[in-house]
Design a protein around this ligand. Sequence first.
Ligand code: C5P
Length: 221
Amino acid sequence: AISDRLEGKHVLVTAGPTHEPIDPVRYIANRSSGKQGYAIAAAAARLGARVTLVSGPVALECPPGVDRVFVETAIQMADAVKAALPADAAIMVAAVADWRTTEVSGEKMKKRGSAPPALRLTENPDILASVASSPKRPKLVVGFAAETEKVLDHAKDKRKRKGADWIVANDVSGDVMGGAVNAVHIISDAGVESLPEMAKEAVAANLLERIADVLAPVPES
Ligand code: C5P
């Protein structure tokens, strides 16, 4: 740790996509490299927090000092998040698939000789909303919102609907996905603060300073 500002605090982070199996070789997923979530977990560890990173399938190294729990599906992610509570802050960065297939085929589905199969889908649990309404609700619950239009309006709605304290909104109509930089807006009950475009690591460091200000305020002298 480069500082002990978050010593004794437990920070829970979700990152990456979830994979919802169709059959043994196919799945449904959202695009997500996991980079922003991993950078946030790393930044929390650098401030001395105990960090649990619940990660979907990504090819990233576990940051130093972080406890990683690998999951595949949204249901597994929801269970791992529940098992990791209590936490002082939850930062939900994962791009959870909104739907899973109602049935998973035990055998690889064949494409020859029949019409393309129709997938029946069921809604996945909203992990952010359940954490925010949990009896073990962390003091600070932060969600992310990747939007392609009306970024601030949608993010403000999302903050209310999901019961998050903050929503970190970004415009993903450009090439943020998988890229190294991000430009975010932090929406809280104090309003909107927009940060300039910066490296995902810098977004993470900035966000973690703000989180530390809430969890471990520096006494005014
Ligand atoms: O509704 P939408 O997917 O845009 O919301 C994004 C935010 O909600 C992110 O913080 C994401 O991690 C979280 N989320 C979740 N569980 C879901 C869907 C989204 O935790 N099933």
